[in-house]
Design a protein around this ligand. Sequence first.
Ligand code: Q46
Ligand code: ZN
Ligand code: ZN
Length: 335
Amino acid sequence: MKCAVCRGPAVIDLRRHNANFCADHFLKFCRDQVVRAIDEHDMIEPGDRVLVAVSGGKDSLALWDLLLELGYDAEGMTIGLGIGDYSTASTAAALAFAERRALTLRRIDLRGDYDYDIPTASAATGRVPCSSCGLSKRHLIDRAALDGGYDVVATGHNLDDEAAVLFGNVLHWHTEYLGRQRPTLAERSGPSSPGTRVFPRKVKPLVRLTERETAAYCVLRDIDYIVEECPMAEGNRHLRYKEALNAVEDASPGAKQAFYFGFLARAASRFAPDAAVTDGELRACGRCGAPTTGEVCAFCRLVERVGGQDPVPVELVRPRRGGARHRRAGTKAHS
Ligand code: Q46
Ligand code: ZN
Ligand code: ZN
């Protein structure tokens, strides 16, 4: 197996590109894909301050590393979700990465700062853990970006994630989500205070890389990431959609990227009006000031409902494969 660029020994084969690469040219391939995503979707301007949402997994650490390699001013933020050993190990991986490179990593701990955690929130609300988890993460990272003066929030969603979300949104014809499913979401200002940002710009620079590629990137860059997946993800729709798409990809390499990039090029704009309809009029939350369509934002309502409750062990709320404990699953399905 030879590298497609230098004919040296290859370390990875990329069937969807019909090419093999040596370590150096694979790392260059990853950087090139990120540069292309950033350029094509106007993600980051030179001089922008970037806040990277860091979980400690392969995608977010590869993203942070790639942005730094490309010369961006990128700081990290991690949120302790309280999902047992998984959260402990995730935070440790994020911290180790930041410390080794003397980087700034902002930290929030749900139990320490807001007196709840994701398993307890799931038990108290009777909804899948990903529901309160996604809500909490979105709210807290938006808040941190606005308060910290960051121009843009970057998340580690990769091609597998985005294709699976698209598959789910098409399967259920969630046209408002299809209208919003883009690798760059522009910042938004409040209607009552034009010029004041209420939502930061959000970008997904890894959309041109698969999770196999981000894992290989981490190995070749000597990045220690948490290999274990979140125990709450087991059995959720997002994973099932990924498996279905992987079966298609196996039989037909390149199908996944054709599906996702074809959607962006030829279909996404058709659904934009559906997204606009559900956007609603924004006002400031009466408690925290965050933008919301109601009196009090969903995050403050969640904290009010579940804050201060005794911790519920992960095992009691962990979803089981095939057993539909709850009706809804998967935050990424709506991102
Ligand atoms: S961390 Fe949170 Fe994910 Fe775990 S509970 Fe769900 S949303 S699966 S990306
Ligand atoms: Zn090479
Ligand atoms: Zn609020």
